[in-house]
Design a binder for this molecule. Sequence first.
Ligand code: SF4
Length: 277
Amino acid sequence: MKKNNINLILKELKHKKMVALVAPSFVADFEYPKILSQLEKLGFDKIVELTFGAKLVNREYHKILKSSKGLVIATVCPGIVEVVNKNYPKYKKNLIRVDSPMIAMAKICKKIYPKHKTVFLSPCDYKKIEANKSKYVDYVIDYEQLREIFKEKKLNNIKPSKKIFDKFYNDYTKIYPLAGGLSKTAHLNDVIKKNEIKHIDGIKKVMQFLDKPDKKIKFLDVNFCVGGCIGGSHTCNLSIAKKKKRIIAYLNKAKRERIPLSRRGTFERAEGLKFTY
Ligand code: SF4
């Protein structure tokens, strides 16, 4: 895959300004805040988390669900999009035409760091495919590859510095990588009834639903992987329950952190950008 050429990425890290796009699923595999120092040592000039991208995406879902009539299927997981396009063409029209948090965040980064190359850290192959197709994401490294790079470069034992994410940080969307994370954080109470929303994780169950849909469901919040993105094909082999615990601990830690206003994700930062297609 063109954008997943690790040798080239490592070479570019020595000479070019690069920004790492980190999905909140990272805590299932890496230690926080140590990962920030590891990435910095690797040569990343900026490190941003995708939680702000998730907040922007949620806003679009909220707007669309407010006026939608039939079934709406979430598209934050490219695995689901692939399966629907390939196996369920009759549902293509139900796929919501909103960017994923990765693309939303990459758009923001291209706006605020126009000279930087964007590098997405991926929990799975489907995200790698999605990154490969996007003009906003320049490179992609999966979690397994990143673990290997940290090992080779002897970055596993470094002490975490005081570094925090560079920009656009949001706490409540840190549960996005868990099954149902989208519908739990998109503040949908005023636009859709609770019993009209269904979250399903694991492609088998998703397909079972699509084969025999429940007509009262208006919004399907779905993930290809069991457990959500913490179950991605390139994540470590800890149990889903343990990974989930790590995400919740990270969320709670984030709530206590004092993040300067300049680094928080506020809607004004995204002015002029479009997250629907
Ligand atoms: S649910 Fe799985 S396939 Fe979908 S984006 Fe997350 S890790 Fe990738």
